[in-house]
Design a protein around this ligand. Structure first.
Ligand SMILES: Cc1cc2nc3c(=O)[nH]c(=O)nc-3n(C[C@H](O)[C@H](O)[C@H](O)COP(=O)(O)O)c2cc1C
Length: 224
């Protein structure tokens, strides 16, 4: 598969088959992802791969935190959009609700979808992309957060090439302290985001999503 096709085919997958992913396949993806570029070649990424019991513990912990109304991580909670950006967020939610048959006022079903995300969409594996606290707490962590974005997209594209789907999830790190305890992540490591990963269930309605994109003309300014 060439890169163009992988980019065109990748989309967020929110429903998975239960087939496990061979460890060798996950290893190959992560091994190749190491070749992603990073600012000053810092390579500030580390991966914690959850399958089996550890994944079940993470899901249980997330759902318990949600049920208890626990406060979510401030960097997620404080990320609120306005203007056109908010418009795009609302459109995505509308599209997802429509595909899932969720009426706007159906709070229960909307919460079910939220819980589904906290269960990592029932993917057979989750890759937590983590960073050492020494970098995370540094004054210029914008650089390393950009690096995390780069390596995450690399993983997502390598996954597509292997017939796998992913959903990048900030929701994976809503409750970082609880998650840390559930999966045995040392205090010195910070979870930035997660990737649910597995073989897509193409029957799952939300997987029909085609998230809209802005036209190129509205994004690019050419200067001679
Ligand atoms: C950093 C990041 C965090 C995201 N967090 C979530 C999430 O918590 N839950 C979710 O359903 N999708 C999440 N997404 C997926 C976006 O909603 C999705 O990428 C966007 O709507 C574009 O759709 P596409 O991936 O299908 O092309 C996230 C994407 C990124 C890049």
């Amino acid at each position: 598969m060439d890169v163009t096709k992988a980019i065109q085919e990748r989309k967020s997958i929110r429903g998975y088959k239960q087939d496990p992913i061979p460890k060798q396949v996950l290893t190959e993806i992560l091994d190749l992802s190491r070749f992603s570029p990073s600012a000053l070649n810092a390579q500030p990424w580390e991966f914690l791969v959850l399958t089996g019991d550890s994944l079940e513990r993470a899901k249980k912990e997330n759902l318990e935190c949600y049920a208890a109304g626990m406060e979510i991580a401030s960097y997620v909670a404080e990320y609120t959009l306005t203007g056109v950006y908010r418009g795009r967020q609302v459109q995505l939610a509308k599209d997802l609700f429509q595909l899932m048959g969720i009426a706007r006022e159906d709070k229960q079903k909307r919460q079910d979808l939220m819980r589904r995300g906290l269960r990592f969409f029932d993917a057979p594996a989750v890759i937590l992309v983590c960073m050492d606290r020494s970098i995370y707490d540094g004054t210029s962590n914008q650089m390393s957060l950009a690096d995390i974005g780069v390596v995450t997209q690399t993983i997502a594209l390598l996954a597509v090439e292997r017939g796998l789907g992913t959903c990048i999830q900030f929701q994976a790190a809503w409750y970082p302290d609880a998650l840390r305890k559930a999966v045995g992540l040392p205090y010195g490591k910070e979870v930035i985001l997660g990737l649910a990963i597995g073989y897509p269930d193409w029957e799952f309605p939300a997987n029909r999503i085609q998230a809209q994109r802005e036209p190129l003309d509205s994004l690019v300014t050419w200067r001679d």
